[in-house]
Design a protein around this ligand. Structure first.
Ligand SMILES: *[C@@H]1O[C@H](CO)[C@@H](O)[C@H](O)[C@H]1NC(C)=O
Ligand SMILES: *[C@@H]1O[C@H](CO)[C@@H](O)[C@H](O)[C@H]1NC(C)=O
Ligand SMILES: *[C@@H]1O[C@H](CO)[C@@H](O)[C@H](O)[C@H]1NC(C)=O
Length: 237
């Protein structure tokens, strides 16, 4: 099945563990997973309108009726390991989400298509760099994808963050590297969490771990992630 979007950025996280049993590597195909499988999904970046059919119905980016391929859209593919806490990063040093419409949707599947609601990422003025995406499975099939918000509690009291719509911590786009002389690395960090059950009805519970960890600085866990994503905010602001 041909994938219509220009695969853009980095193919990240090829976690091919010996224990993988999921042979589905296309985001627009249906998979049934068990714990420790890899699972492929995509995130499409485009304008708000381009995710809606007939201006009213939000479809999966895999649905050809959207004709995202001929619009100004970009696609990132990921293959994290099911039920492991992962932090996906999208390096924005040469990819500015606002030049592709500023919104993103996470998606996977065809007959069992699931897609997240739209998330605002960036425009000329603001950029949101930190997200939590929940992948909810039932009996190993992806049922639902959604963005988990924390009501801006992670940026409370940090004067250079703005709380948008009472849900997203944003910084000024002009503070970003490559954007008007700013010094902040505005790469996107997407924290993943898994919930529900796999095909053997084992419970996926990385979600609970994320909930518990949220009170700490989650990013502090990812020692392989460059400082720039984390401590820069304290350093520069
Ligand atoms: C598109 O939306 C309009 C107005 O909401 C409606 O009248 C029309 O039937 C819709 N077309 C399709 C193909 O769904
Ligand atoms: C993004 O890429 C640039 C250029 O390669 C690099 O300097 C920067 O550290 C990267 N940022 C992250 C978060 O990996
Ligand atoms: C950028 O996005 C923010 C938050 O959605 C909005 O308040 C602001 O008006 C937007 N600015 C522009 C120039 O579109």
């Amino acid at each position: 099945m041909a994938l219509w979007l220009m695969p853009m950025l980095l193919l990240t996280l090829s976690v091919v563990a010996a224990s993988n049993t999921n042979k589905v590597y296309q985001p627009c195909a249906d998979a049934r997973i068990q714990r420790s499988d890899g699972f492929t999904f995509g995130i499409a970046f485009s304008s708000k309108d381009s995710f809606f059919y007939n201006n009213s119905l939000q479809l999966s980016p895999c649905d050809r009726r959207l004709s995202l391929s001929s619009s100004n859209a970009q696609l990132a593919l990921f293959r994290p390991k099911v039920d492991e806490i992962s932090l996906l990063t999208i390096n924005t040093s040469s990819f500015f989400p606002d030049t592709f419409g500023g919104y993103m949707v996470a998606f996977a599947g065809r007959k069992y298509a699931a897609r997240s609601p739209l998330a605002f990422v960036a425009n000329n003025t603001y950029v949101v760099t930190s997200f939590t995406l929940v992948l909810e499975f039932q009996k190993g099939r992806l049922q639902n994808l959604y963005w988990k918000r924390d009501g801006c509690s992670s940026c409370k009291g940090k004067s250079n963050f703005v709380c948008l719509n009472k849900q997203d911590c944003a910084i000024k786009t002009a503070s970003c590297k490559g954007r008007g002389g700013g010094s902040v690395d505005c790469s996107l960090g997407i924290q993943l969490a898994f919930s529900g059950t796999d095909k053997h009805l084992s419970v996926l519970n990385s979600w609970y771990e994320v909930e518990n960890l949220r009170q700490y600085s989650l990013y502090g866990l990812y020692s392989n992630l460059r400082d720039s994503l984390t401590s820069q905010y304290n350093k520069f602001f």
